[in-house]
Design a protein around this ligand. Structure first.
Ligand SMILES: Cc1cc2nc3c(=O)[nH]c(=O)nc-3n(C[C@H](O)[C@H](O)[C@H](O)COP(=O)(O)OP(=O)(O)OC[C@H]3O[C@@H](n4cnc5c(N)ncnc54)[C@H](O)[C@@H]3O)c2cc1C
Length: 458
């Protein structure tokens, strides 16, 4: 059995940044990355041609080298205001230091053009405040889908050159053994040994994390789950914001239920996409940097947070069952509905959709999302759309499109042994899978931080 100093499970940005830092700190370390998806250049979503999800066993959008961020818009948050709670875990100063380290690696490997940096904007923040909305203020570096992909590919090639071993299309099914002497059992029937492991399995690896925690007696807490829709409209409606800060992220406390709703993952000139999460098709969105790939639409998510309390402890399953219901009604696909139809209590049909002034960028099934979303969630979303309409008039237009469902599962949050994010001795967890991160910068920062812990820098 081959043995390694560090085995990293998952080749997303967290795992890649960890591998990079391990090598920089100690080039003699034997490191391997195990990734269930494809090599970066072989990642291909067959939905590209007719926009319909092909229900692949392993989704190429969320899995493979460069992880869930490979085809993302490449927006790197240069701070801790959102994108996770690393600031709360490490303290803002230390978290920012590590986010800065991610930025340095990006600068090293971003070879195709200078990324734009969008500064926070006080006037827009005030405008939002005057309408009960809270604009999350932070500088953002925008690579764009294409530059982001190339940067990640450059980083992966560099890791290869540094001697980091990288397995693809291999799932790490389970781990056995004890501290500093772990055995990783892989889907191809082989096994490998490692002194340290870094679990960097992202959101798609939630089952692996809970399996590991159950096997090693690590407690898990479940926190919130966010459920909602992807919203699409003419790009010009949000241009005042997107021209100045690129990506408006806005919080709203709804009037009826006083629930927290958030508008986030804004894509200027972008497209709505479908993503396959273990057979459940949900909506998402992204945008290309090149002008010729821009659409005349923008899209963003509006999600309503649900915090469950005892005895219920299956928030992920709850969110999945709502998305599954949308797929059932949508004949295996995401649903799309005009806002005007939703508030009039009628389904959208193909005829009305064909006459809509906003042309859908995803081929979804026209239908009625009110048959899917719980009353409370739907009320929150409608109220948020009207609130956003105050600062970006036109958001609540009849022709605005809502795609359902989009959900973010942040339910599993293991209890760490210490502030090194160790679950048990020598087994670390980073990135989205840790329940701490919700974005590229913090996931990468956590990878670099844990690498420093392993090599004794911390
Ligand atoms: C469409 C889209 C757009 C996004 N846009 C942005 C953005 O612009 N800015 C931003 O900050 N964030 C964005 N995000 C979120 C961001 O991509 C994630 O926060 C980030 O990728 C998390 O990094 P990670 O390394 O923790 O996990 P991931 O990137 O999810 O990587 C985990 C990897 O582990 C692999 N894996 C899982 N389980 C196993 C296993 N058992 N064995 C082997 N491999 C396994 C998976 O295949 C995956 O490749 C976007 C996400 C999506 C889906």
């Amino acid at each position: 059995m081959k043995r390694y100093d560090v085995a990293i499970i998952g080749g997303g940005i967290g795992g890649l940044m960890a591998a990079y830092r391990l090598h920089r700190n100690d080039p003699s370390l034997k490191t391997i990355i195990i990734e269930r998806g494809n090599k970066i250049d072989k990642r291909h979503c067959p939905a590209g041609k007719d926009k319909t999800c092909a229900h692949c066993k392993i989704c190429s959008i969320t899995s493979g080298y460069a992880g869930a961020g490979a085809f993302s818009d490449g927006k790197f948050n240069l701070g801790t205001a959102y994108g996770g709670t690393l600031g709360e875990e490490l303290g803002d100063d230390r978290a920012n230091l590590y986010i800065n380290e991610v930025d340095k690696v990006l600068n090293e490997y971003c070879t195709s053009g200078v990324p734009e940096i969008y500064q926070s904007n006080k006037e827009l923040a005030l405008k939002c405040l005057q309408h009960n909305l809270r604009l999350l203020d932070m500088n953002v570096k925008h690579l764009g889908t294409d530059n982001n992909f190339i940067t990640m590919r450059n980083l992966i090639e560099a890791l290869d050159g540094m001697g980091v071993e990288m397995l693809s299309n291999v799932d790490c099914e389970s781990v056995s053994g004890n501290a500093k002497d772990y055995t990783l059992h892989l889907s191809d029937g082989t096994a490998l040994g490692a002194e340290n492991i870094i679990i960097a399995t992202g959101r798609s690896g939630a089952a692996f994390v809970s399996g590991f925690c159950n096997a090693y007696g690590v407690k898990m807490t479940s926190n919130s789950v966010d459920i909602g829709v992807r919203v699409e409209m003419k790009d010009i409606i949000w241009r005042e914001f997107s021209d100045k800060i690129y990506e408006p992220k806005i919080l709203y406390r709804t009037k009826t239920f006083e629930d927290r709703c958030r508008m986030f993952c804004f894509n200027k000139g972008g497209i709505v996409s479908a993503e396959n999460n273990h057979g459940i098709i949900t909506a998402n969105g992204h945008a290309y940097a090149e002008a010729d790939k821009k659409t005349e639409n923008c899209n963003f998510a509006i999600l309503s947070s649900i915090h469950f309390t005892a005895p219920f402890d299956q928030p992920t399953e709850y969110a999945e069952s709502i998305s599954r219901l949308a797929n059932m009604i949508g004949n295996g696909n995401v649903l799309v509905q005009r806002f005007g139809d939703l508030i009039r209590g009628r389904r959208t049909n193909d005829h009305r959709l064909s006459q809509n002034s906003v042309t859908p960028t995803l081929k979804a099934t026209s239908g009625d999302i009110s048959l899917v979303l719980p009353h409370r969630t739907l009320t929150n979303i409608i109220e948020t759309i009207y609130a956003l309409d105050q600062v970006a008039p036109g958001t609540a237009n009849d022709d605005t499109l809502l795609y359902g469902c989009e959900s973010k599962y942040y339910s599993i949050r293991p209890v760490f042994m210490n502030d090194r994010f160790e679950l048990v001795d020598g087994a670390y967890i980073i990135g989205d899978g840790s329940g701490i991160c919700r974005g590229l910068s913090q996931s990468g920062a956590m990878g670099i931080y844990v690498a420093d812990c392993i090599t004794g820098q911390i």
